[in-house]
Design a protein around this ligand. Structure first.
Ligand SMILES: [Zn+2]
Length: 415
């Protein structure tokens, strides 16, 4: 196996599979992907080399990503050029709010499309949507909207064995291109494994219409990858958890590309890099087969805030950004913690719990509770296993350090 891996010309055969409830329906795309094209050779852990041959592994990827102003106007030609739908017989999922304006604008360009309006993005409505679309004989499902709409469309498309084209209308988090659909039900909020979108279309003109806070939050979610991959590396060293360096490289590069970018979310340059970073973060999760490269102690802290203080949560990207800066500080890397905090601050993102309405004590309680939100995940929080008093002291020190570099903050506006 190692002999195979040493060749610069070996490739992985990648293919897309879409699963239906009646069995497996496959949309297969074979393409050679040379490992040296991704910039760094994968270093397989001893465990992964021994357990799974690299030549048998498959990674699902989108076949195309369109990130530019006006891209949505070309939906029909993008689908046709990729051979997904030449007839235009597609099911489009939108919200009743902003989706209405989008459907009015696009309907003349998509005469054979049928529009499905989803009011509440729950598991029940996703199942209902799948039933509605099952007899539409569509070529493809297109989800246009925020994360909840795209997640509902992802789930419904998977149920009926159709590929999903994701068209996010904001950049608030890295679920755009992930193999996961997060839906609410009577049992609470759950994650469901679904195929990764076959195409992602991000129209920068549409993104610009979303609140700036929903764009900045995506920076927080992406930058948190730095802490998440450090946690994965730590777990690999401490618990021998298998690691995937390709996944780590992609997730880390996405975060680094934003960390020092001098642009603002009003500019095309940063907006494009943010969109690309969110998409490839989803691909990193897909390669890993879990959220590991993009979710560590930073996300555990955010989940704990959600669980302990329901209804008071800020945006996901805002919470995990604070979580990433604090987890990095706990890791002893105060230089990187400072860089993360500086990046968040530059984009008017919060760096302390007080800025999103939580007291220091509530945040300390959340950090203490955080490991319980992801049993089995080993991060800096599980590694240090801190008591409440130590967390209080560490957080007080963090706030002091963060505040000293953050005198001229723009006050966060709650929505
Ligand atoms: Zn996240």
């Amino acid at each position: 196996m190692n002999q195979h891996l040493s060749s610069a010309t070996e490739f992985l055969v990648r293919r897309m599979e879409v699963y239906s409830s009646e069995g497996v329906r496959r949309h297969v795309v074979h393409r050679p992907v040379f490992l040296d094209q991704v910039g760094q050779r994968q270093r397989f852990s001893r465990d992964s080399v021994e357990s799974v041959s690299a030549l048998t592994q498959m990674v699902r990827l989108p076949i195309n990503i369109e990130i530019r102003a006006g891209a949505l106007n070309e939906l029909s030609s993008i689908l046709a050029s990729q051979g997904l739908s030449t007839s235009g017989n597609i099911g489009v999922v939108v919200s009743p709010g902003s989706g209405k304006a989008i459907s009015q604008r696009l309907a003349p360009m998509l005469p054979n499309a049928r529009w499905h309006i989803v009011t509440d993005c729950t598991l029940d409505s996703a199942v209902q949507l799948a039933e509605q679309m099952r007899f539409g004989h569509y070529d493809v499902v297109v989800g246009i909207g925020g994360g909840k709409i795209v997640d509902t469309a992802k789930y419904a498309a998977a149920q009926i064995g159709l590929p999903l084209v994701a068209v996010p209308t904001n950049l608030a988090h890295d679920g755009i291109c992930s193999p996961v659909s997060i839906l609410d039900s009577d049992a609470g909020r759950s994650s469901y494994s679904v195929p990764i979108p076959i195409i992602v279309i991000i129209d920068l003109d549409v993104i610009r219409q979303s609140p700036s806070r929903f764009i900045a939050a995506g920076i927080g979610d992406t930058v948190s990858n730095i802490s998440a991959v450090a946690d994965w590396d730590l777990s690999h060293q401490e618990t021998e958890e298998p690691i995937n360096r390709l996944s780590i490289t992609i997730a880390h590069t996405a975060a680094q590309s934003l960390l020092h970018h001098p642009g603002t979310i009003q500019g095309n340059s940063l907006l494009t890099i943010l969109a690309e970073s969110l998409v490839v973060s989803g691909i990193a999760m897909n390669i890993a087969g879990s959220s590991r490269p993009c979710s560590g102690g930073c996300h555990e802290i955010s989940h704990a805030l959600d669980v302990l203080f329901p209804g008071r949560n800020a945006l996901h990207g805002e919470q995990v950004g604070i979580g990433a800066a604090f987890a990095t500080y706990l890791r002893g890397d105060s230089e990187m913690a400072g860089r993360i905090a500086e990046c968040l601050s530059r984009h008017s993102l919060p760096i302390t719990a007080a800025e999103i309405g939580f007291s220091d004590e509530e945040f300390a309680q959340a950090v203490l509770f955080a490991p319980q939100t992801r049993p089995g995940r080993y991060t800096i929080l599980e590694h240090l296993d801190l008591g409440l008093d130590t967390i209080r002291d560490a957080y007080a020190d963090y706030v002091k350090a963060a505040s000293s570099m953050n005198k001229n903050r723009v006050e966060l506006v709650k929505i």
